[in-house]
Design a protein around this ligand. Structure first.
Ligand code: CTP
Length: 413
């Protein structure tokens, strides 16, 4: 891949593997990228600033304050970037980034940017496996940060285990991958292929209150729906995201936070009529307690019986009143007779596409970062997407929705 015209910030943390970042920089420059090196104070103890300045495209930056030409480097560096790659990312750097503790130039740049970020951790096995680090990695991943996992091998001090910085060639491959899938830096017709379309996406599992502290819920995390909204936004659509999830969304997305099936129904109904594409990826509760207790139900009062009533099937309702030219996408989480059940839902709810998750398969569906789906279409087509990250699944769903929408609008012209 030719990286000419791409501006890549290379963040270097203070670890023994900092020397490998020199090789990452050289490979990126060789591919045509403009590399802006940002080193932490710790990194400079491991590799000389001059080495980086000589091999990157401009001198090393590391201070928030001492650049006479740039009084606010923490915002300008991140704003101008097509991508930021942090290698090595130390335990401290990862934790600062996850919590927003922006105490130096690199952490400020990470918090101030809207560019995609790739984090390449490197640390001792015990540190890498510590729940504090793993929880922070999960948090970063849930926010859409890309991760090149460390490999196994000899670590500083001679012991062997997981935590060794990924090889420069793999880090550069991840840069290519992310830039290719996001189309960053070049707004070609293909990457802005949803320009002018109004897309409504629902995400997350609804919570149906039993009393002020308890609810009936489900395992949906909202990751897949959020990524559909993010990808639709970066492909040029005007996006409304109705969500129960706490995952952050891009500022350009019109976000409506809801909690219950009833709130989701109202929020979707208010915007669906003018949508070109509606994607119902939310796991909407099928039943809700008839009445939520006003005060916390006390154990001493005995085992309560909770009477449930059906909720509105939002997808079926949208299907029943679907405006001409609108493309309606449903999801189906199945554990048995997956494809037969999904096809039944597709027709019964008058959807145009149905994205089938077999949630009994490993690595698929709820809470995972990966997914494997089959996209079934009312026109009879069937697209299978093998196990991959949810961002790629999001793109595949949008590409199918765009195809069906386009076919529908040319048919009605
Ligand atoms: N759905 C909805 N409103 C509901 C329930 C489901 O809009 N009250 C939507 C979901 O967002 C999804 C599709 O319907 O797009 C299928 O959801 P799923 O739970 O798989 O199917 P159900 O119709 O609820 O059937 P079952 O639970 O019996 O499998």
């Amino acid at each position: 891949m030719d990286l000419s015209g791409r501006r890549i910030v290379l963040g270097v943390g203070g670890g023994i593997a900092a020397y490998k970042a020199v090789e990452v920089s050289r490979r990126l420059v060789d591919a045509g990228a403009h590399v802006v090196p940002v080193m932490t104070t710790g990194a400079k103890r491991f590799v000389g600033e001059t080495t980086f300045s000589a091999l990157a495209s401009e001198p090393v930056r590391s201070s928030l304050f001492d650049d006479p030409n740039d009084p606010i480097p923490h915002t300008t560096i991140g704003q101008g970037a097509d991508l930021i790659v942090v290698a090595p990312a130390t335990a401290r750097l990862i934790s600062a980034y996850a919590t927003g503790y922006s105490h130096d130039l690199l952490t400020n740049v990470l918090i101030a940017t809207r560019a995609p970020v790739i984090v390449c951790p490197a640390m001792h096995t015990e540190m890498w496996e510590h729940p504090a680090i793993q929880d922070n990695m999960t948090l970063l991943r849930s926010r859409g940060v890309h991760v090149v996992n460390p490999g196994e091998g000899r670590l500083a001090g001679g012991d062997i285990g997981a935590g060794r910085l990924a090889e420069p060639i793999d880090i550069v491959a991840a840069v290519f991958d992310v830039l290719e899938s996001r189309g960053a830096g070049r707004a070609s017709a293909e990457t802005r292929d949803l320009d002018g379309l109004n897309v409504v996406v629902s995400a997350g599992g609804t919570r149906e209150p039993i009393d002020p502290v308890r609810f009936v819920g489900n395992r949906s995390s909202g990751k897949q729906g959020h990524l559909i909204a993010e990808q639709a936004h970066s492909r040029g659509a005007s996006v409304t995201l109705v969500t129960t999830s706490a995952i952050a969304s891009s500022p350009g997305i019109n976000r409506v936070n809801v909690e219950t099936a009833d709130e989701m129904h109202r929020a979707i109904s208010a915007v669906a009529n003018t949508a070109d594409i509606v994607v119902m990826s939310a796991a909407v509760a099928d039943f809700t307690p008839v009445r939520a207790a006003e005060n916390k139900i006390k154990k001493a009062d005995g085992v309560p019986s909770i009477v449930l009533a059906p909720t509105v099937d939002i997808l079926a309702e949208l299907g029943a009143v679907k405006p001409v030219g609108q493309t309606l996408v449903g999801f189906a989480a199945e554990t048995t007779d997956a494809e037969a059940n999904a096809l039944r839902k597709l027709h019964a709810k008058n959807a145009d596409l149905l994205v089938l998750n077999d949630v009994s398969a490993p690595g698929v569906g709820f809470e995972h970062d990966t997914n494997e789906v089959t996209i079934l279409s009312a026109d009879g087509s069937r697209v299978h997407i093998g196990l991959t990250d949810k961002r790629k699944v999001a793109d595949a769903v949008l590409t199918e929705a765009r195809r069906v929408h386009h076919a529908g609008s040319t048919a009605t012209e």
